[in-house]
Design a protein around this ligand. Structure first.
Ligand code: UDP
Length: 383
């Protein structure tokens, strides 16, 4: 018997679950509060022809074979290697930290081995079990590199002292003693030729899926369905009864310029006194295209207010306590599964989001087959 399923949110999480269950024979209604699909991965072609990452830079990279194969069913991915420069004072460095950065910053000509030994001599070896972003930075690269490249940027990005942030945020960035300046290590990297919105539209393009844009479905109406998948904010589902979970939001100041503004897609501004965190030049995300003009976004980070778009979950001690309360409520709820960045309040890359959504769909299909209820969470949001 096919089920009637509601999916709230048409980002990667919602789209993948909808598609998988539609292919399994179920009938899906997708409700998206914005007027477009693809969530914060949304891309739009600007009047000057450049494909713009409307909510900031999104680069697809993954080590999951299943995810890589999955996305390629729905879009052609063009080869793309992400490269970032970091400004400290008036100088631009390769980022993430590599041999080039270390030699340029310290004015040296180290070999890879010498650079490794030098950074080890700078690193704080008394920190064995780093608890915070700051401890992780000092343990990894020592005070001088940490202060120059991480401390200011991170204070601007997260709005708090890096002593309060988890070490895991810094673990996102590689440290290399070669001249490899690719931002990511993953074996599969690329950008969809026609943007992320076309990719998500293709995932949702199925005869048993109906998408309702600009539509907020009242929670009470979800009970009309056999099951609901909620990829919106978990606190919103519960009408914020334990308060609002904190997010960082971003403001972008766009500008159209002639020619090439900075020669690479992203330049980070690490100094605390520069008000923005980075400048993105969108045409460099599509090196296979050619444009005379260019769109740049200056990116500013601040605390997310009620009317703003949530981006990065803050997840400090207080938010984790709040999250625990919401998770306890969610586990008591019948007929709803929470997933994705907003549904589980986690900092997730696109590939992890898709990987988890596929796992959610697998669990849902096997639960349905066994006549069991689908769990509230497939990945523990507190883990
Ligand atoms: N970061 C930093 N300096 C940089 C780049 C990154 O301090 O030049 C820190 C910062 O705290 C940031 C985190 O590393 O939030 C993760 O960086 P990533 O580029 O992965 O962030 P995203 O692109 O997801 O915003």
């Amino acid at each position: 018997m096919p089920l009637r399923v509601a999916v709230v949110g048409a980002g990667f999480s919602g789209a993948v679950v909808a598609r998988e269950l539609a292919e399994a024979g179920h009938v899906i209604e997708v409700y998206e509060s914005r007027d477009h699909v693809a969530g914060n991965c949304h891309t739009v072609r600007h009047d000057i022809g450049v494909m713009v990452h409307v909510y900031g830079p999104h680069i697809f990279h993954t080590q999951h074979e299943r995810v890589w194969e999955y996305v390629q069913r729905f879009a052609t991915f063009k080869p793309y290697r992400h490269r970032v420069r970091a400004m400290v004072g008036e100088k631009a460095y390769q980022m993430p930290m590599n041999l080039g950065l270390i030699n340029a910053f310290f004015g040296k000509k180290f070999t890879p081995k010498e650079a490794e030994a030098f950074v080890a001599s700078q690193a704080d070896s008394t920190i064995t079990d780093p608890k915070s972003f700051e401890e992780q930075g000092l343990r990894l690269v020592g005070r001088r590199l940490y202060e120059a490249f991480f401390a200011g940027y991170t204070r601007k990005q997260w709005g708090v002292d890096p002593k309060e942030l988890p070490a895991s945020i810094l673990a996102r960035l590689p440290l290399r003693f070669t001249d490899d300046d690719s931002y990511f290590n993953h074996p599969h990297q690329g950008i969809p030729e026609h943007g992320y919105t076309a990719l998500v539209e293709a995932i949702l393009d199925h005869p048993r899926i109906t998408v309702h844009l600009s539509t907020r479905i009242p929670r009470a109406r979800l009970a009309e369905f056999d099951h609901a998948f909620w990829s919106g904010p978990i606190d919103a589902y519960f009408n914020f009864e334990h308060g609002r979970l904190a997010y960082r939001t971003l403001d972008f100041k766009p500008e159209v310029v002639e020619g090439d503004f900075q020669g690479c897609p992203v330049v980070n501004y690490c100094d605390a006194q520069v008000p923005y965190t980075r400048i993105t030049e969108h045409k460099h995300f599509a090196p296979w295209e050619s444009h005379d003009k260019s769109v740049i976004y200056r990116e500013y980070s601040r605390l997310c207010e009620e009317a703003d778009t949530p981006y990065y979950p803050v997840r400090l001690v207080q938010e984790k306590e709040q999250l625990l309360k919401y998770v306890q409520l969610a586990r008591k709820e019948k007929g709803v599964t929470f997933l994705g960045r907003l549904g589980t309040y986690r900092y997730l890359d696109m590939d992890v989001t898709i990987h988890e959504a596929l796992n959610v769909a697998d669990t849902a299909k096997s639960s349905i087959a066994q006549g069991k209820s689908i769990p509230a969470f497939v990945t523990d949001p507190l883990g």
